[in-house]
Each structure stands twice: as structure tokens, then as C-alpha cells.
Design a protein around this ligand. Sequence first.
Ligand code: GLA
Length: 739
Amino acid sequence: MINIPSGKGTKLRMFVFLSVLISIFFYSTTKAQVIPIETDSSAMVLFVTKNKEVRLRYFGQKLNDVKEYEQFTGQLHQASDPSGVADAVYSSAGSRNFFEPAISVIHADGNTSLALRYVSSDVKRISADIEETQLLLKDPVYDFNVKLVFRAYRKDNVVEQWSEITQNENGAVRLNKFASANLYWYGSSFWLKQYHGDWAREMQPEVTKLSHGIKTLDTKLGTRADLFQPPVFIISADHKPMEDQGEVMLGSIEWSGNYRVDLEVDNRNNLRIIAGMNNASSSYELQPGKTFRTPRFLYTLSQQGTGQASRNLQSWARKYRILDGEGGRLTLLNNWESTYFDFNEEKLKNLLGDTKKLGVDLFLLDDGWFANKYPRNDDHAGLGDWQPNRKKLPNGIQAVVKDADKKGVKFGIWIEPEMVNPKSELYEKHPDWVIKQPDRPEYYFRNQLVLDLSNPKVQDFVFGIVDSLFIKNPSLAYIKWDCNSVIYNAYSAHLNHQSELYIAYVRGLYKVLERIRAKYPQVPMMLCSGGGGRVDYAALKYFTEFWPSDNTDPLERVFMQWEYSYFYPAISMAAHVTNWGRQPIKYKVDVAMMGKLGFDIPVSKLKPEELSFCQQAVQQYNKVKDVIWHGDQYRLISPWNHDFASLMYVDRKKDKAVIFSYLVSNRYDAGSELPVKFKGLNPDQRYKIEEVNLYNGAKSSINDKKDNTYSGSFLMKAGFNPVVNSRRASVVLVATAVN
Ligand code: GLA
């Protein structure tokens, strides 16, 4: 019992003391009830109920006053939720929830129920821009907890979310589902823009209204996981996604393997988004005392349409995710399409000369340089045997690298280290390193199988391929890392629990990439997967760029790169000029210039005027590449519903812009009848407009004008006509601030 001393003054002091105590208590409990996860413009707000359940009660534009989030619930007049947990921050299976769960488990004692209650929350400031909220939830019956982590990048309005699942029961717990995130979005109607594809047909968009029930986006391909469906999507509220208006979310899973996104419109019309690794054939046995960490789910929410949302994501990616995202890149000449597997030292030396002639930074030697017992002369043999082929390269790679050094160009090389042809010495020596069912016939994708990266010995082998290339060739300046096969007949001779292979594979891959980056932190690497079969923000932590598609037909690339650009910045998108497509060389170069420029053409076969155009274009690219790589991108005219496409990049100071326009229609008189309204300029600044990349002495009416300067206000409100038509099928303009 508390002994309260008597006396008037003492009583008053006690009264004041108790009042302060009570108000502190109420203040802190009210504070603990609301957990806002805010960026500069958006907010996800969690509420802790009296019985310690955590609900996601607000998802939208950030409010000026944090206290007002609580009032939002009072404004909802939707039907009641009989489960009471439809908007749970991380819905669990087996208790009251009857919607798609984020987590589903079988406890050590065989029980399948899980309920998660609030234990604590904590906010950490990682940097001036990044804030991390951690929320600990626990089952009141079982010693099982989930930590949800929300990392908010304030300026770019990006949030990464993941979960860490830990158990201390009397035995292993089986995780049947383990999502990274479980969002709840109040609204009356939602649209989904998703992507599908195949080899040479990557990033095909499809827009649909989400109907009630579940729409699942997923992949089960294992390695070249995104071949049919990349892990990126757009959701808009109330109407189809628009470029400059409306509330939209751009989302993705940061995981290079099987992923799954469930979009569930519930009985009250609200949208549940449950995203993470795919649990298909992947249940996971979690041992006591161990933690299972999911990959990150990434999203940005914008109230100014997909344009702003994609600039958020591009800026975030350059700053925080893509390797050397704010640095430079190397332009290059690749030999894949000019030689395929048919080359020797002499041919390569000539190509090094062509690299120099063209004026690009680097020569990239593609597939076909390795294997002796089963030489790599086509894609049926040799993969896995990473010794230079003695017939093609009698003096090894070193001789070519030496010649590159002599000619003053950099040298890069293609590898596909995760895979093996059955016709190889590697397969003969280590059949147990290969993913295949012991008692079933082998089945191949591009005549090859996948190595078992869950096995640390295989991880060492893969790391060794890269390491020995660098040890033998210290001036090696670039790696193209390919991955052509999917996983069939998933079985690992190394693992005890076969259902963990898909996850263990990707974790093994990341271990190798971590080791490579620890030893070679800066060397640029291209992420390739038989085209764009593996593009995601977990892999891009280790890579400087990706290969969007083997389809380099520039007309197709206008559409494909347009779609990729919603999620990835130009600096990460390798775009090569090749013999695909029937367009003139100018069109091809102009299209490749809106990404990271490269060439894959037989330079020696170019007509003199084509060569000199390419040389000048490389020089021109060097002048504007900073704007393209590091500037803000604005999509102006969509190729999907116009005769031409227009897009532009503006540097951060708004001093320089590059505007690309491409004709995409063959119809009579197709072209830019009206001016194109620019975006992102300073309205009060005057800009000089100049057409560049003119084909060998071609005249431009734009450059012939006496006064070529316009205010930013004019260019954005009235617009500027790039004069695109069948005679001028691609036009590149540079706007430079003048006094
Ligand atoms: C894949 C890549 C190509 C090329 C070939 C080589 O298809 O996407 O760019 O490297 O492999 O075999």
C-alpha cells in the first residue's frame, strides 16, 4: 500500500504529481496506439487495438497532423468486418481470418492456428532520409513471433517492407506461407497494370480492373524466374493508371527467384496486397531459435500518377540500390550478333580495333570462348568448363586483354556460371552438383541444366570462375552474367529438405554475389538472363545494369524500354544497336541512346557514312549521357496510343534536357501534327533547342530557325514540335538553359 503523507501542500503536490503521471500514461498509450509510417508525401498508418491486434487503417497521402489519422476510421461507413482482422497488418491463417493469409504455419505440436498480438514498436533513424519502424508481434499461446520492418525513404517516397519470423517452440515449425508485406488499401475500385512476356517479348503490359476475389501474379520458374512475368506491377485507385494524375502504387518484390503477389478485393471492396516469395513447393522448416527473414517488398505511392511514382523509384534506385547507381557507365561493342560462336584471336583483335574506331569504351567478348574437351561452338556443349578454348584462343584470354590494353580500350567478358551443359567435363566430374531428379529423365532448357547453388561447394566453384578471371586478367573491366535456364525437376543432392531448394538456391546466389562484391566492389556487371528473364531490385544491388531483352529491334525497344522505365532508371538499361529491325541506323542509335548505349553490329561492314554517323553519335552521347543517366525522366507521348513516342530527361538543375521522339506507325501522314508539351523544366528559364544526331550533314529546320530559344513556360504549356514524320522517323533534341 502507498502511504500518502497528510498536509495541504503535500496533498496538492501529490495531486499535481498524479495528474502528470496519469496524463503521461494516457499520452503514451494513445501514442502507442497509432504507428505512422510516413514518407514526405505518403503514409501507412497502423493502429493497435485494445486487445493488441494491429490494423492497417490508413494508406494514402500523408496528413499534416499525425493526430488526425485516428479520425479516418470514423469516416468509414463500409460494411462491418465480421472477422475483425481483414485489415490486419500481417494476417495469419488458422484463427479468425478468412482471407488470404500473409503467414501460415504448423506449430511443433501440429497445431495450425496462429494469432499475432502487438508487443512493441521501435523507430530508428538510419540516416537523415531513412527511417525504420520495427513492429514486434507475438502469438499469446505459442512462443512464435514476427518482426515487421518498414524502411521509409522519405524524399523518394519509397517504402521497403519485410518480416522476420522467429520461433522458440519444442521443435521445428513448418512455415507454409511467409509473405514480406500485407497491405490494406481502402477504396471502391482498383486497376492493375501487370506485365507478361517470353523470350524477346519482355514487358508486355496489360491493364485490368481488379474484380472481387484474388488475382495472383507469380512465377515458379526458379532461376530465369521472370521470363513469363516480371515482379513489378502498378495499382491505381478509382481509374486506370494515368501519367500525371491520380493515386497509384508501383510495387515489386526484391527477390531473384519465385515470387507471389496476391491482390485480393474483399467483400468491402478494399484491396489486400500480400506479397513475398512464392510458397509453391517451398514450405520451410524453421528450427527453434532460428529466424526466417523474407525478402523486401518495395513500393512507392504517388498522388501525381505513374510519372511521379516512377521518378520516385528511379531516384531511389540510383541512390540506394543499383550498384554505382549515381556513377558512370561504359559504352561498349559486343561481338555476340556479329560472330556468334565463330571467332578466334585474330578476329577478336580486329574487333578491338573496331571498338577503338567506333569510340566506345569497352569491347565485350560474348559466349563461345571456353571449353576444350567439349568445345563451346554452339549452345549444346561446354557450359561449365571455363578454361579458354585453345583452338580459338591459343594464347588465352590474356593475349586479347593485352591487345585491348595496347589499343586503349577496356575489355569485358560473358559468363553463365550458374549453369552446365550435360556435355561438359564439369557434369562428368560433379553430377551431384546439378539440379535434377535422381530417378527421372533429365529435361533441358537451351540444352543445359542448373547448378545447385544451395551447395556451398558449388558456391565456391561459381565464385572461383569470376575470381580466377580477375586474378589472371587484372585489367578485366566488365562482366556480362547470363542465366539462360529455368529449373526443371527441382531436386538437390545436397539438401535434406527438398521443399527448401528454390529459396536456398537464391540465397546461395546472393552469397556468391556478396563474395564477388566484397573482393571486386566496383567492376561493372550486366545482369542478363537470355534477355530480361531476371530483373529485380535484389539482384541489382550487385549489378550496374541489366539486359532488357534479346529483342533489339528498335521499334520493339521503344515500347519495351518505355515500360521498363516505370520501374528502372535509364542508367541501368543496356540498349544496343544491332541488326534486328529494318530501320535505318539513325533510328537504331537514337533508340539505344535513351538507355545505356552499346553496339552489337559488324562495324567493318558499315557503310562509311553509317560509321561516321555512329562515331559522331557516340561523341554526342558522351555529351548528354549524364542527363540521361542521372536526370529525371518524363514520359510525354505514349507510343501505345499515338503515331510516335516522346520522352525526355532533365538534369537536376533543370539546365539541360534531352528529348527523344520516335515514329512508331507506318500509316499515311503519321507524325507529330501538334507540339509536344515538355515537362520538368524551369518555367522562368529560357532554353535553346537544338536538334542533334543528324544523319551525315542532314539539315534540320529546327536548327535553321533564327531564334531557337523558348521559355520553359512556353515549352511546357504550348509545347514544341519535334517534326516527326516518315522522313524524320527519330528526332533527338537537346534543350540548354541560356541567359
Ligand atoms: C543469351 C543472351 C545473349 C547472348 C547469348 C549467348 O541469349 O541474352 O545476349 O549473350 O545468351 O549465348
